[in-house]
Design a protein around this ligand. Structure first.
Ligand code: FES
Length: 162
């Protein structure tokens, strides 16, 4: 299982290299956490502990950063992260309704992952596509002006089991 120290020695070795490479940066913690999340898929407690020990900082400091930024996750994420924009323009144009439709279609609440590990439902602040509000992003793809449930379903279908 990801995050298990003994079955993931190669990942921890890689992470140790990342920490060594980045530690000269002015503010290395966020960059190290970002790379750690890419390596492990998420940031379980064991990984946070490891980073804290190697950086010689309190684990509470690592935890504080992980929980402050919502692009860091302490739970395993699905293959695709579905990010609903909750910025002002999207909020005004119906982000709540879009979020509700996604919640219904995926069968999970915000922050949760579908049982098949295909999708994690998350939220972001303005993604810079306000003219398309309300907007959501799957991986690198941005979708906007979702009029109805049918168009939402056909978008999600492209990512199911792919
Ligand atoms: S507020 Fe949603 S894209 Fe700008």
């Amino acid at each position: 299982m990801a995050g298990d120290c003994c079955s993931n020695n190669a990942l921890y070795t890689e992470l140790e290299k990342v920490i060594a490479d980045k530690s000269n940066l002015e503010n290395p913690l966020i960059e190290i956490l970002r790379e750690a999340q890419e390596l492990f898929g998420y940031l379980p407690e064991e990984v946070q502990q490891f980073i804290a020990e190697k950086m010689r900082i309190p684990v509470s400091e690592v935890y504080g950063v992980v929980t402050f930024y919502n692009f860091f996750s302490m739970k395993p994420r699905g293959k695709y992260v579905v990010n609903v924009c909750t910025g002002t323009a999207c909020f005004v144009k119906g982000a709540q309704h879009l979020l509700q439709m996604l919640t219904d279609e995926l069968g999970v609440e915000l922050g949760e992952t579908t049982p098949d590990n295909q999708f994690t439902l998350s939220s972001v602040r303005c993604v810079g596509a306000c003219s398309l509000a309300p907007v959501f992003v799957i991986g690198e793809d941005t979708y906007g002006r979702i009029e109805n449930r049918e168009s939402l379903k056909s978008i999600l279908a492209k990512y199911r089991d792919s």
